[in-house]
Design a protein around this ligand. Structure first.
Ligand code: IPE
Ligand code: IPE
Ligand code: MG
Length: 280
């Protein structure tokens, strides 16, 4: 099945972004601000969640077109169960509807669907729809879309610790063997690389219990847009900003330049000009 391609001006923006530096392999997004987006318009909070689905569609499609391999979306946290019952219930209905409505399009766009979190806590019909989507799309080779549902970073780590202790008790793992890599393999994200870029919308400067272990060296980007207003142009701005960062992983600049060669950081127009002149 063929990926829907970007066209016109959008295609130009994407090409420019691809040319100007490295495209992150994994982006994680805390999709925040739905309620405030709606309230500012005198609408009920659920209207914001509803419009947020259109942002999800746009971002998923743009990520696929840019060749991003993994996109993790924080859709519902462990703590979100504490919200008023009617909001939780409307959110679950909306999730069910979105999964149903978007399945064919996602499949057509070669998206592989995955989920992390306490999936068993979701209403049965949501679980069924989710597992069906995962099954239908399991052989797709495009973007891997990971939905974090009833997810929290502390839950993930706690769950991993329990499984590690169980395996040590059963004798299939020795305590001395527990390394960072081993811990990583017990987390719900074991199949995916750590996010390169973590975006939070709505201007809030916090992690809200999202991927705690996995974001050790992710680049953080806070957008002032509320999630329902966050669209591909905002994603391109975030990626452009990411491309201008220097990811040092505890080292110093010179070491990185030696290790990775000149294409790690995008060249400015002037640098590109000087380089082309020096070849003449
Ligand atoms: C994010 O928007 C969606 C979920 C957490 C499910 P919010 O519902 O948190 O909206 P704000 O942050 O209250 O505006
Ligand atoms: C984080 O947003 C969770 C999701 C986006 C799913 P919240 O709105 O729940 O976070 P806080 O309460 O503002 O920290
Ligand atoms: Mg919020």
């Amino acid at each position: 099945m063929a990926l829907e391609k970007a066209t016109g001006h959008d295609k130009k923006l994407q090409d420019r972004l691809i040319e100007s530096g490295e495209i992150p392999k994994h982006i994680a997004i805390i999709m925040d601000g739905n309620g405030r987006w709606a309230q500012r318009r005198g609408l009920p909070r659920i209207a914001g969640h509803h419009e947020g689905v259109n942002s999800v569609r746009d971002i998923v499609e743009a990520c696929g077109q840019l060749g991003i391999k993994f996109l993790t979306l924080y859709a519902f946290s462990t703590e979100n169960w504490k919200r008023p019952e009617d909001e939780v219930s409307l959110l679950m209905r909306l999730l069910l509807k979105a999964l149903r409505d978007e399945k064919d399009r996602l499949h057509q766009n070669e998206v592989q669907l995955k989920a992390i979190g306490e999936i068993h806590k979701l209403p049965q019909d949501v679980q069924d729809e989710l597992l069906d989507g995962i099954e239908v799309m399991k052989r797709n080779t495009g973007l891997t879309l990971i939905l974090a549902l009833s997810y929290s970073g502390r839950w993930d780590i706690t769950h991993a610790v329990r499984k590690i202790v169980e395996d040590v008790r059963l004798g299939s793992l020795r305590a001395e063997e527990i390394s960072e890599a081993v811990v990583g393999r017990y987390l719900s994200t074991r199949e995916f690389p750590d996010p390169d870029l973590m975006i939070r919308t709505s201007g809030e400067m916090r992690i809200s219990n999202f991927l705690l272990w996995q974001i050790a060296y992710s680049e953080l980007y806070i957008s002032d847009q509320f999630w329902p207003a966050f669209r591909r142009k905002d994603l391109y701005a975030a990626i452009g900003d990411y491309q201008r960062r220097e990811r040092r992983f505890g080292m110093v600049s010179d070491q990185l330049k030696k290790q990775e060669g000149p294409r790690v950081f995008p060249l400015s127009g002037m640098e590109r000009f000087l380089k082309s002149v020096s070849k003449l």
